[in-house]
Design a protein around this ligand. Structure first.
Ligand SMILES: [Ca+2]
Ligand SMILES: [Ca+2]
Length: 568
């Protein structure tokens, strides 16, 4: 263990104590221990679904977050001649590493980082009707085996994953298997037996959602075929120039020999995607466009990814965080928990949770309106019934959702409260915590949602700093208390609103009480028996400590929002 690593562990341990903590951890009786001899975090001990429903996931576009290395800004000679916010903008892996080392993610209580895909992108650009666009977003793969040079190097990527793990933060790899990048004058096509010529998806039923091109410019990989195919000549020539042709071919030979799979397109991609897990130790996938390829492919991919994760753990016992299994979260666009486990294609339903997925992104949360308790009660109920044992990820804004919860950032505080206190995993989309604008003059379509991180607002404006501080307090509360996202919900009082969450599982017992609209200054809050008389509680929002007496706690805090957990 490095000195920095030790210091970080001490800092995080101190943070847990300062914020009030989970019963078993504070009592020193957390079940099990991790490979490094430390106690397993209660959120982990409570099991995978509880961990992921309690987790805070920070989703960032690597190209738009932080520029840590200006020397790669013009990699591959790409000109910055795209439409507004549609060229590469300079953000990179070195920038993510810098923010990791600065403790930015720790300060937000982040448990997981999800970065856009890092693989080498098409070199040219296309116009899909919203202006000239480069592959800055990472979803236009040219070579699954290489790191996009504008984002950095393989060593930069390894450094990010290793640093995240040193901070106790997991990393989700954004994985694309449905399509290649567009064909451009600089980017040759994949062979005809790799991709389909058409038609474009009509989204009417299963076939017109799966066996089709998402848009005219995105060649759909023939994930349905089992016949062997050859590698594109241009790809082997590229590897030859890069001096790694023999290694790549030998790796493919070994993969196909071990698995017995035919050399069909999807198995090449599965090999390439899982190699990153085996080499770098990604903790899970966020599967892109999960409803646009066969559910059987997800099962095959998950199987190989689990094997790769086990191989990585065996090879790097000193880097293993704990026993949480490999996690796979799907982007099933349009799915919401209210639909239950089955996604309906029109003519067929698919339960993605029985096809490799441990969690799904919730596309319904951003559209939720109305009273908080209605939302919280419904979400907790579905998570503890139909969706028991699996996870959801809520968001208020995201990279390709043109209808965010708060498009004009009029309520950055309220959006934070709503998202971070809701049952289920919370996705912070980079800049939610700084009220980064979601409308940009001159930008078209999803480019509006992808402006460069507004660090300047944070440096220059007190209001932005106050918004960040709000999100940080909520994030650290979530981080310290898995009950917030994964616990049973109970409304205790309607006006002013008070609720509790309790999580008791696998020897973990965690409980919190949240009170809203309590006014500034002195306040007395009933605890409704959630905590016994004599319990010492800390308000994570103000840092104020008090003791329960006669069924209530008296506190003097500057805010009307109170986030109570036990302090031992
Ligand atoms: Ca850069
Ligand atoms: Ca497809």
């Amino acid at each position: 263990m490095t000195k920095g690593n030790l210091n970080m562990k001490l800092i995080r341990a101190a943070g847990l104590i300062a914020l009030g903590c989970v019963v078993s951890a504070c009592g020193g009786k957390a079940p099990g221990s991790n490979a490094r001899g430390g106690a397993v975090a209660p959120a982990v001990a409570a099991g995978p679904a509880a961990f992921w429903n309690g987790a805070t996931v920070y989703f960032l576009l690597t190209d738009r977050f932080e520029n840590g290395d200006p020397t790669n800004d013009h990699a591959l000679g790409r000109p910055q001649d795209g439409a507004v916010l549609r060229s590469f903008q300079g953000g990179d892996l070195a920038g993510v590493l810098r923010k990791l080392e600065e403790g930015y993610f720790d300060s937000l209580g982040v448990d997981v980082i999800w970065m856009t895909p890092f693989e080498e992108q098409i070199h040219g650009s296309v116009d899909e009707g919203t202006g000239k666009t480069y592959g800055y977003h990472g979803y236009w793969t040219r070579d699954w085996t290489a790191v996009e040079p504008a984002l950095g190097t393989r060593d930069d990527l390894r450094a990010v994953v290793d640093a995240a793990h040193r901070h106790g933060i997991r990393v989700l790899m954004d994985a694309v298997i449905n399509h290649t990048g567009p064909v451009t004058p600089l980017d040759p096509p994949w062979p005809a037996d790799w991709v389909r010529a058409g038609p474009n998806c009509a989204y009417r039923d299963y076939v017109t959602t799966v066996d089709c091109n998402l848009v005219a410019t995105l060649p759909d990989i023939r994930t349905d075929r089992d016949d062997p195919v050859e590698l594109p000549q241009w790809l082997t020539a590229k590897w030859q120039v890069e001096g790694r042709l023999d290694r790549e071919l030998a790796g493919l030979d070994a993969f196909f020999q071990r698995t017995g799979y035919p050399r069909a397109p999807r198995y090449y991609v599965i090999k390439w995607l899982t190699d990153w897990v085996r080499e770098l130790g990604f903790d899970g996938y966020r599967m892109d466009t999960a409803k646009h390829f066969e559910d059987a492919v997800s099962v095959e991919l998950k199987h190989e990814a689990e094997r790769a994760f086990t191989d990585w753990k065996t090879a790097h016992p000193d880097k293993v965080l704990d026993s949480l299994p490999f996690y796979m979260m799907g982007e099933v666009y349009g799915w919401a928990p209210s639909q239950g486990r089955d996604f309906n294609y029109g003519d067929r339903t698919v339960d993605f949770f029985t096809h490799g997925y441990d969690g799904l992104i919730n596309f319904g949360f951003k559209g939720e309106r109305g009273p908080l308790d209605s939302l919280f009660t419904r979400y907790a109920a579905v998570l503890h019934n139909e969706l028991e044992g699996v996870a959801i990820l809520n968001y208020v804004s995201s990279h390709d959702d043109g209808s965010p919860y708060d498009p004009d950032r009029k309520d950055a505080f309220g959006a934070g409260t709503r998202l971070m206190l809701a049952p289920g995993g919370a996705q912070i989309y980079y800049g939610d915590e700084l009220a980064r604008p979601l409308r940009v003059a001159g930008a078209q379509g999803d480019a509006n949602l992808r402006s460069f991180m507004n660090w300047g607002d944070l440096a220059g404006g007190r209001s932005t700093a106050a918004i960040l501080e709000h999100w940080r307090k909520l994030g650290r509360f979530r981080h310290a208390h898995p009950a917030v996202g994964a616990g049973e919900h109970r409304e205790l009082q309607a006006e002013p609103y008070i609720f509790s969450r309790t999580l008791e599982r696998n020897g973990v017992a965690d409980r919190v009480l949240v009170a809203m609209d309590q006014g500034e200054g002195a306040k007395t809050i009933r605890v409704f028996g959630v905590f016994p008389d004599g319990a010492t509680l800390i308000d994570a929002y103000s840092g104020t400590v008090g003791t329960v007496a006669n069924g209530a706690i008296a506190l003097t805090t500057p805010s009307g929002l109170v986030l109570l957990g036990e302090r031992r």
